[in-house]
Design a protein around this ligand. Structure first.
Ligand SMILES: NC(=O)c1ccc[n+]([C@@H]2O[C@H](COP(=O)([O-])OP(=O)(O)OC[C@H]3O[C@@H](n4cnc5c(N)ncnc54)[C@H](OP(=O)(O)O)[C@@H]3O)[C@@H](O)[C@H]2O)c1
Length: 250
């Protein structure tokens, strides 16, 4: 990697939002470290970005819920000799169903991936960022974390943690030139589908990067999601609960 070019590490880079981050960052002149379990799509993306933009890319294939494999990623982030300017935590998982019927070990792993792993990676990269007096962290959370949602209780709980954690750390480090932004997308896919309320991943990415550059600790991409998040934050709890229950029954 060229030390004159900014470097970003993106988890979940083998699919959807993470891959869209990698593509957008490559167009903006970043070199990249790509992380996910499957090496093949990461190498394919690395080849594409090298061809299109001359991007230098490292591939780190790792299951982030495996302590030994995650440690390799943490060590890469903490390497002051090869500093990372931007960390994007986009690896995540969703399970749905009646909570007591879901295998508990899967649910625990989901909290690990969606909440604990971003916390650990944020911790790993921050020392170097604070020493350098600059750096950016984008934690891809979910709008699902702003209100209680039946049948995805673990997902909502994990992202509720990640959103609040990210804002709290941002308050600690913003005076040292580092911004931590929690991004709360709604339904997102490679292609937008307004009829099904699905946003395009590249739009989510551009809004997230703009929010982080502006020093904002929270980014809710899209007007519809902004309205929903504002309702969940401002409306009385009982009303939010009523609406969420009605939405499930309809
Ligand atoms: N898409 C949406 O509608 C939406 C809405 C709100 C929030 N989000 C959140 O946004 C993030 C990205 O969403 P997405 O739509 O891009 O998800 P996705 O298409 O399901 O991709 C998930 C990514 O995480 C990686 N991953 C999964 N388990 C992993 C593990 N144990 N270790 C390392 N990497 C792992 C996957 O790669 P491998 O399979 O190769 O490991 C993949 O790159 C997630 O955190 C998701 O919860 C998504």
């Amino acid at each position: 990697m060229d030390m004159d070019r900014p470097a970003a590490l993106v988890t979940g880079a083998s699919a959807s939002i993470g891959a869209a981050f990698a593509r957008e960052l490559a167009t903006r002149g970043h070199d990249l470290v790509l992380v996910a379990r499957r090496a093949e799509p990461l190498h394919a993306l690395a080849a594409e970005l090298k061809d299109r933009h001359g991007t230098a890319t490292e591939v780190l294939a790792a299951d982030l819920t495996d302590r030994a494999q995650a440690t390799a990623v943490e060590e890469r982030l903490a390497d002051a000799g090869r500093p990372i300017d931007l960390l994007v935590n986009s690896a995540g998982a969703l399970s749905t169903g009646l909570f007591p019927k879901l295998p508990i070990e899967d649910e625990v792993r989901q909290v690990e991936l969606n909440a604990i792993v971003p916390m650990r990676l944020t911790h790993s990269v921050l020392s170097v960022m604070l020493d350098r007096g600059k750096g950016s962290i984008i934690n891809v959370s979910s709008i699902a974390g702003v209100a209680p949602t039946p049948f995805s209780a673990t997902y909502c709980g994990g992202y509720s943690f990640l959103t609040t954690f990210s804002q709290s750390v941002d308050l600690e480090v913003c005076r040292y030139g580092v911004t931590v932004t929690a991004v709360l997308p709604g339904f997102t896919a490679a292609e937008a589908d307004p009829a099904r309320r699905i946003q395009a991943a590249d739009r989510v990415v551009r809004e997230a990067l703009a929010a982080n550059a502006a020093g904002r600790a929270v980014c809710v991409p899209g007007l519809r999601n902004k309205r929903a998040a504002a309702f969940a934050r401002l409306a009385p709890r009982r009303l939010v609960r009523f609406v969420m229950r009605a939405a499930q029954d309809s």
